[in-house]
Design a protein around this ligand. Sequence first.
Ligand code: COS
Length: 373
Amino acid sequence: MLSQEQREFAGEVKALAADWLVPIPHTPGHVNRDLVKAMAELGLLARLFPGVETGKPSRDAAALDLCLLREALATQNTEAETALALQGLGSYPVLQSGSDTQVGKWLPAVAAGDAIAAFALTEPEAGSDAAALQLKAEPDGDGWRLTGEKIWISNAPEADFYTVFARTAEAGSRGVTAFVVPGDRPGLSGEHLDMVSPHPIGRLTFDGVAVRRDELLGEENRGFHVAMRTLDLFRPSVGAFAVGMAQAALDAAIEHAGTRHAFGGPLKNQQTVSHTLAEMATRTEAARLLVYSAAQAYDSGETKIASRSAMAKLFATETAQYVVDAAVQLHGARALQRGHLLEQLYREVRAPRIYEGASEIQRTIIARELFRS
Ligand code: COS
């Protein structure tokens, strides 16, 4: 499905990651600004916003490029992968719905690795049911004041700006408004949350945080659409992340099956092992094709993208869980020892089945489309 140029691009990203990103020390649980800066210097972050070097990026994000980037990085360094993805997730609402001034203010800084972005939708009482969010935006002079809480927000509380979804009217999804809020705004505070995989992720508290009219993103009470459009673009790329992790696990399993001996020969001579590898490879390839096809549909301007995007995320993240688990099983106890690649992937692969819409939500989106006339 890929052109020669796209294949070369993916290969180049892997090589750059192996040479320049893998050696950068990890900062578990915190934003790794050195890593983000390195990705900017390698030109990887600019690939998120075609044309950003002119100061006026194209408003049509390139979904397939994003997927190729994420898949390639995931095979080498999941910390870099996640850091790049979060720069995109926090910024695409600005790219898709922001004013020229907002785009000019934030996106070149994100691409240069000078600004860390974050997407703040989830609340303690509003996860899958995003339209139930309660963080209040009350009119104050020409702007608003935000009061409430967000939780499990990646890059919080260290981000330089947050795309925040807040309630401006009691009308469910039609009363949600999006804002761009600088991270140093008085009244905004937060704390880090310790997760099974050490990500920069946290809770945010808004205590009467003032936002100006020029920080409104898109139209008032249309913020739910802003969030959904970003998720439509981003969900296939979560699938690409999953495909990259599945490929890394599959590669490790193939290597192990060829070198580890048991019962008088390499493991791969056991039919049960070779069949498991065949299943892992087939499912990984199927997931990859679904991801690429959803991304290509997005790039070709297909309008009804939500269902395809959901299928790609659902299938790829569930597949990666299966593949990583199977790779652990083939390796035995060594894969569960702290520091082993598979131990890390085993912890890492779980969250994508939950964030940006749990598998159950993806099935809901797909099923609704089946019955839409
Ligand atoms: N693109 C654009 N607009 C969309 C859309 C999409 N993909 N999906 C829904 N909308 C619009 C609808 O057209 C509707 O607009 P109008 O009010 O103008 O008619 C509005 O949004 C509400 O849609 P709907 O009634 O379908 O919303 P629901 O409350 O039923 O929620 C789901 C829909 C379940 C899809 C949504 O809540 C969701 O995606 N939940 C998961 C949230 C999530 O991913 N959280 C993770 C946060 S990021 S880590």
